[in-house]
Write a protein that binds this ligand. Structure first.
Ligand code: FES
Length: 102
């Protein structure tokens, strides 16, 4: 279950996709990061392959990982909503930007 603090401080909804390549929602990633003893951000990809496609979502996977590692919930503030996030990914794909890495 996601904390209210997370939901209210993030413009993306829990069921919005973070990883478009593998159709992984923010909720799945957040729960995965909090329930598993992860040591590196790259281990987020063990959650249904998130981040192993185009790489667009990797910066957000890192943020979710870092937030889950900290004891303070609610520090993740995204300044974009789901629609803008999706639009920016289209540009990332179209322009063949350098691939994000863990
Ligand atoms: S959107 Fe996550 S790897 Fe492409």
């Amino acid at each position: 279950m996601m904390d209210d603090a997370w939901r209210t401080r993030c413009d993306m909804n829990p069921d919005d996709k973070v990883c478009y390549c593998y159709n992984v929602s923010q909720r799945k990633l957040w729960n995965y990061a909090r329930r598993n003893p992860l040591r590196r951000a790259s281990q987020m990809s063990e959650c249904l392959g998130a981040g192993t496609g185009c790489g667009w979502c990797i910066p957000l996977l890192k943020r979710i990982f870092e937030e889950a590692q900290s004891e303070t919930v609610g520090d993740l503030i995204l300044d974009i909503d789901a629609k803008e996030y999706a639009e920016r990914r289209k540009v990332y794909i179209r322009d063949q930007a350098p691939k994000n890495k863990f």
